[in-house]
Structures are given as C-alpha cells and as structure tokens.
Design a binder for this molecule. Structure first.
Ligand SMILES: C[S@@+](CC[C@H](N)C(=O)[O-])C[C@H]1O[C@@H](n2cnc3c(N)ncnc32)[C@H](O)[C@@H]1O
Length: 329
C-alpha cells in the first residue's frame, strides 16, 4: 500500500441496497457507517437521480476510526451528510436530534444496517477481533465502552464461559474450551492476547478444518457479548421502523445465523396483522401490520461478487417497507 493511501472495507450487495432503498429524495440513514462505502454509493445514487439537493444522509457508527475514515471519504458530500458517533440502538433519538438541528421533519425514506465489524477493524491487530493477528483481547467497537474480551476470558466462571460460547457461537466444544481457559488461568495467572487464546482453542477443538470454525465461533461469541450486538439490533430495528415515513424502507445485511434469525423474527412480528379470533372470517384484519416484507427470503451475493469479495459469501439481505398510516375516516 502506498504511503497515505488507506485500504477501505469493500461494501457488500451495494447495487441491491441502492435499488431497494434509494427511490426518492429524503432522509437516509446508514446506521453502520464503517468505511463509508454504502453511504458513498447512496449519495452518488441520490445525485445521479437528481435527488441530492432535497436529501440528507445521516451516518452513524460507534467506532471513532470508522467515523474518521468515512468522514474523509464523504468530504465531497459535506452539505448533504451528517456523521454521528453513537450506537444504532439509539437510532430514534439520533434521527430526532439531527433533524431538529437541521430544521427538517424526522421522516425517513431509507435505513441501512450492515451488521458486524468492518475489514478495517478486523485488520487492526490491536483491536483484538481476529484470531489470525496478535493483539490484546479487546474487541470493543466503541473504545469508550468498558467490557473487553479480556475481562470475560479472565474473570468469568467456567460455566458462564461455556454458556457464552454455546449461546453466541453455537460451538459444540464450548465446555472443553471453557474448561481449558480456566485451567490456563490457574496455571499461568491469565490468558494474554488473541494468540494465547487461539492456542487454547486450537488445542481443544476437533481436528482438521473444524479448528478454523471453532476459532471463528469462539471469537464471534466474545465479540457479540462485548458489544451487546444482539440486544442492540432488536432495539435498532424497532426504533428505525418507528422513524420510517410511509413507504420508507429498511434494509439489513447480516453475516451469521444468530443475527439473521433476529432480523427475520423482528420483521415477521412487525408485518403480522391481527385477524381476531379463529373462525370469525373477517374480510379485513382488525389491525394491519406496520410493515410489508419486500424480500420474503433473504438475498445473498452473486457468485461474481463472492469471487471478488469473500466477505460477501455469508451476507444475507432482508428488506421491509413501512405501510402508510391508514386514515380512520
Ligand atoms: C460491516 S461494517 C459496515 C461497513 C460499511 N457498510 C461500509 O460500506 O464501509 C459495520 C460497522 O458498523 C459499526 N457498528 C456495529 N454495530 C454498531 C452499533 N451497534 N452502533 C453503531 N455502529 C455499529 C461497526 O463499528 C462497523 O464500523
């Protein structure tokens, strides 16, 4: 890499996200700004369609590095974008605050959540996200948060560790790995760094290719716990849908089954209508759902995209549309 040149995260499913979300002028939210790849594509699409003057993009990330990177990339769109440090679980409050400051109604045309961590975060060894790199057991996306992976690994009881690896990593060797971590602590005082943890996991995983899966699953479980990822996702979906204008859309890209299950369930619940007691045979529901599902099944990346960007292999995109409030008259 040449001096002064930054490597950016390659955004996934960009064309699909743009086609589903950018359909009119309005307020657009990128709740996971990262390196700004999706935001930049949304702003370009708004400009090409002639919507940019009447649009605003609000980019949110809890990571200072991401905000710095994206800020540089989006500098050419400074009058059409606002970047905010925050957690997407507070999406409603952030939207209301920015819109109040800008003097516009907080009615949102499109929201994107591209979950997980960026390649930039994974590649930064000292952040501790990767079992391939030597770093501290940190894993905080928000450097101001207090819980780190090191605290979990070095203070939690064996039973709690096993439960965590099973629940958030769906790891079949959860108990043996938890036992080995506690034994390591007893022998050496603590587990220091990603490579020491990775060695313990390797020694206690099933052999062959399964080692890599076990490493990914245990690191994933720690990352989810450190960042409270699943709880904040539920809140972001709720809050985001509240802010959508009639026909406004939300797109969520998830990368593992735990996330996708949450998105699928949350969307299905919001889409459900109440048809009253069984057997009554109403013509119309008593209460209609708040949203409609635009993608009934999640959309994945094309083989061409997977070839170019291996990270897109596990991506699943789900999109919903908010139904306009029906007049009671
Ligand atoms: C997969 S990356 C997004 C990449 C981005 N779409 C792009 O094109 O560069 C996910 C980003 O979301 C951020 N993030 C994850 N969970 C978050 C949360 N709860 N609140 C705010 N930002 C979050 C991470 O810090 C990371 O920068």
């Amino acid at each position: 890499m040449a001096m002064g040149q930054e490597r950016f995260h390659d955004p996934v499913l960009v064309a699909e996200v743009i086609a589903f979300l950018v359909r009119r002028p309005g307020i657009y939210i990128d709740g996971t700004l990262g390196g700004g790849g999706h935001s930049l594509a949304m702003l370009h699409a708004l400009r090409e369609a002639g919507y940019l003057q009447r649009s605003l993009l609000i980019g949110i990330d809890q990571d200072d590095d991401a905000l710095r990177q994206a800020g540089g990339r989006l500098a050419g769109f400074a009058t059409s974008s606002v970047l905010v440090k925050g957690n997407f679980q507070d999406i409603e409050g952030i939207i209301n605050r920015v819109c109040r400051d800008k003097g516009v109604d907080p009615l949102v045309a499109g929201i994107l959540l591209d979950l997980g961590v960026s390649s930039f975060q994974i590649d930064t060894a000292e952040r501790g996200f990767s079992y391939l790199r030597d770093g501290a057991l940190d894993m905080r996306m928000d450097g101001d948060a207090s819980l780190t992976a090191g605290e979990i690994v070095n203070t939690w009881e064996e039973r709690e560790l096993a439960r965590l690896f099973y629940r958030y990593g769906e790891e079949p060797r959860s108990r043996s790995i938890a036992r080995a971590i506690v034994a390591h602590r007893q022998a050496y005082g603590s587990v220091n760094g990603t490579q020491e943890l990775a060695a313990i996991i390797r020694d206690n995983a099933y052999g062959g290719e399964k080692v890599i899966k076990t490493l990914s699953r245990v690191f994933q479980a720690l990352r989810i716990e450190v960042n409270g990822e699943l709880d904040v996702l539920i809140r972001a979906i709720d809050g985001g849908i509240n802010c959508l204008d009639g026909h406004g859309r939300m797109a969520v890209i998830s990368y593992h089954s735990l996330e996708d299950r949450i998105v699928k369930k949350a969307f299905a619940e919001k889409a459900k209508s109440d048809w009253g007691p069984k057997g009554v045979g109403l013509r119309e529901p008593l209460v209609t759902g708040d949203i409609t599902l635009i993608t009934r099944k999640p959309l994945g990346a094309t083989p061409e995209e997977i070839e170019l960007n291996s990270r897109s292999r596990s991506a699943k995109l789900r999109v919903i549309e908010k139904l306009p409030l029906r007049s009671l008259l």
